[in-house]
Design a binder for this molecule. Structure first.
Ligand code: ZN
Length: 501
C-alpha cells in the first residue's frame, strides 16, 4: 500500500476548472486552493506557500461525480448476466438467493465497487446495501471499507418486512403455489418477529457521531415491500436524526403493476403511500420512478422530494425509459445513479450521463432535452442535494474538495471544441488522471493510491468463482419457473396501461 499523507493545504495549479457555466466550453486556467478538505479559492496565480502542489496544466478539473443510486452487495457479480427482465434478474442476482457471505468477502466486495467508482471519477456514492442475513458487524465492515479507500459514501442499510417471493404482476396466478419454494431465500434476512426498525436504529444512531467521509441514511426497500407501520417508523427515525431516506419506486412494468395492486389502501399509488406514511419530502430520494403518472410526478415536485434515474440499469433489465421530460418540466430534483453492478454492469457516471442525455432525446424527439451542462448538474449538484449535501457538487469556495482531473491531451478532447460536451457526449474515461476526495489525492495517473488493488483482485476472483457456483445452483432451482415468469411478463406487457413509455 502506498503511503498518502493528507495535506492540510493543497494547491491544484494551472487546471481548467469547470466552475462557471458561461465558460464551460473553454474554462479559463485557474488554481484551486484547498484547506482541510474544503475549496477556499478558484483563481489564477494563487500563492503556493505551505501547500502541497498538484501540477494540473492541460487538465480539465471537474466536480467529482455523485453516484446517487448504488448497491455494493453484488459488485462481484459484474458481467454474470445477459440483459434479463428485472423480474427474472432480481430472483437470481440479489443476496437472499445466496448463502450468507463472510465478513472478509463483504469487505472485498465493498472495496471492489468503491475502487471502480473512484477509477471512473465518482467521488460520492450512495450505497443502499443489503446485508443478508442482516448483521451490524457487517455494516461496520462496509463503513470501514469506504473510510479505508477514501470514497465519500452515504450508506443506508436496506430493509423490508413484507419480503415475499411472489413479487411481480401475475406471479400469484401463473406460478404454481407448490413450486414457490424455489424462490425462497437461503435464510431469512431478519429473524422471524424481529423488531426491524429497532435493529436499524441501533445500527445507525450510535454511528452518527463519527460521521465524516462516510454518512448514514435509511433504506426501506420499496413501499410495497414495507408495511405502513415500518414506513411510518422510518419517517420518524429520519425526522428525529435528520437522516436521508432512499427507496425504490416503479422500476419495471411487472413490479409496478404488482405494487399498485398491493397499495390499494393508498389509492394504488406508491407516492400516495409514501406521503401517507410521512416520507414524501426533501429528505426522500426515489430510485427509478420509470412508471409513474403525471399527478404522482407533480406530488414529488410539490414535496421537493428527489428522484434518481438509472438509465443504464433500466435498459439492461428491460424496465423502460423514465419520463425525463416530465420530471424536468415539473421541476423535480433529478439525480443520476449507476445502480447494481450485475445489471449495469459499470459504475460509470460518464456512461450514465451519455445515456441520460441520449435517451431524453429519444423520449422527446422535438423540444427541450437536457444539455450537457444540465446533465453534469444532474450528476453532481443534484446528486449531492439528493444525498443531503448543500456543500458538494461544484468547484467554488466553501464546497467540499471532491475533484476529478481529466487530461485534455487525450484523444477525447482533441480538438477542443467544447470541454463540457466532449466530457458528456464523448468518451472521456481514458482521460481520467487524478481524483481528489475531501482534499486527499486518492487516484493519480489513473491508479488508486489508497489500497492494493492487485492483491484485492486475487481475493475477488476467489469469491467470484464461489458466487458463480452458487448462481449455477440458484439457476437450476429457479429454472422450472421461467416459462411461468415469461407468461406473467407477457400479461404485464399486454395489460392496458395509460402511461405511455
Ligand atoms: Zn436499486
Amino acid at each position: 500500500m502506498q503511503d498518502q499523507s493528507i495535506s492540510q493545504r493543497l494547491l491544484i495549479r494551472g487546471a481548467r476548472p469547470l466552475a462557471d457555466p458561461r465558460a464551460y466550453d473553454l474554462p479559463p486556467v485557474a488554481d484551486i486552493l484547498i484547506e482541510n478538505g474544503v475549496i477556499v479559492a478558484v483563481e489564477p496565480n494563487l500563492e503556493a506557500a505551505d501547500c502541497t502542489v498538484i501540477e494540473a496544466q492541460d487538465r480539465l478539473a471537474v466536480p467529482g461525480f455523485v453516484n446517487a443510486h448504488y448497491h455494493s452487495h453484488d459488485t462481484l457479480l459484474k458481467g454474470a448476466f445477459e440483459a434479463l427482465p428485472l423480474d427474472t434478474w432480481s430472483i437470481l442476482a440479489l443476496p437472499p438467493a445466496f448463502p450468507p457471505r463472510s465478513a472478509r468477502e463483504i469487505r472485498v466486495r465493498t472495496l471492489i465497487g468503491a475502487a471502480e467508482c473512484l477509477l471512473r471519477g465518482i467521488t460520492t456514492v450512495q450505497d443502499m446495501v443489503r446485508l443478508h442475513p442482516y448483521s451490524p458487524e457487517h455494516f461496520d465492515i462496509v463503513l470501514a471499507a469506504y473510510e479505508e479507500i477514501g470514497l465519500r459514501a452515504v450508506v443506508a442499510p436496506h430493509f423490508n418486512d413484507l419480503a415475499s417471493a411472489n413479487s411481480a404482476a401475475f406471479w400469484d396466478e401463473e406460478l404454481p403455489a407448490n413450486e414457490l419454494w424455489r424462490l425462497a431465500p437461503s435464510v431469512p434476512t431478519f429473524a422471524k418477529g424481529a423488531d426491524i426498525i429497532s435493529l436499524i436504529r441501533d445500527a445507525v444512531v450510535p454511528r452518527l457521531k463519527g460521521q465524516g467521509l462516510v454518512r448514514l441514511a435509511l433504506g426501506p426497500s420499496a413501499p410495497e415491500r414495507c408495511s405502513p407501520a415500518l414506513l411510518k417508523a422510518t419517517a420518524e427515525l429520519s425526522a428525529e436524526h435528520d437522516l436521508p431516506v432512499f427507496t425504490h419506486v416503479a422500476e419495471s412494468r411487472g413490479k409496478t403493476l404488482h405494487a399498485r395492486r398491493k397499495l390499494a389502501a393508498h389509492g394504488h399509488s406508491h407516492i400516495r403511500c409514501l406521503a401517507d406514511c410521512g416520507l414524501l419530502g426533501p429528505k426522500l430520494t426515489i430510485a427509478h420512478a420509470v412508471w409513474l403518472e403525471e399527478s404522482e410526478i407533480a406530488s414529488i415536485a410539490k414535496a421537493a422530494a428527489n428522484v434518481v434515474l438509472n438509465p443504464q440499469g433500466n435498459l439492461k433489465t428491460r424496465s423502460g425509459i423514465a419520463p425525463f421530460a416530465a420530471y424536468r418540466k415539473a421541476g423535480v430534483n433529478v439525480a443520476l445513479g449507476c445502480d447494481n453492478c450485475s445489471c449495469n454492469d459499470s459504475q460509470s457516471m460518464l456512461q450514465t450521463m451519455k445515456s441520460y442525455a441520449g435517451l431524453a432525446a429519444i423520449e422527446q424527439p422535438i423540444g427541450d432535452t437536457p444539455s450537457a451542462a444540465d446533465t453534469l448538474h444532474a450528476a453532481t449538484t443534484a446528486g449531492a442535494r439528493a444525498l443531503g449535501f448543500t456543500d458538494l457538487g461544484s468547484l467554488a469556495p466553501g464546497m467540499k474538495a471532491d475533484i476529478a482531473l481529466f487530461r485534455l491531451d487525450d484523444i477525447a478532447f482533441v480538438p477542443l471544441n467544447s470541454a463540457i460536451r466532449q466530457l458528456i457526449f464523448g468518451d472521456a474515461a481514458p482521460a481520467l488522471d487524478k481524483v481528489i476526495v475531501d482534499g486527499r489525492l486518492v487516484v493519480d495517473e489513473g491508479r488508486l493510491l489508497t489500497i492494493d488493488l492487485a492483491g484485492l483482485r486475487d481475493e475477488a476472483e476467489g469469491y467470484a468463482a464461489d458466487l458463480r457456483a452458487g448462481l449455477d445452483t440458484i439457476t437450476g432451482r429457479v429454472k422450472p419457473l421461467f416459462p411461468a415468469i415469461e407468461r406473467a411478463l407477457e400479461r404485464a406487457h399486454a395489460t392496458d396501461w395509460h402511461i405511455p413509455r
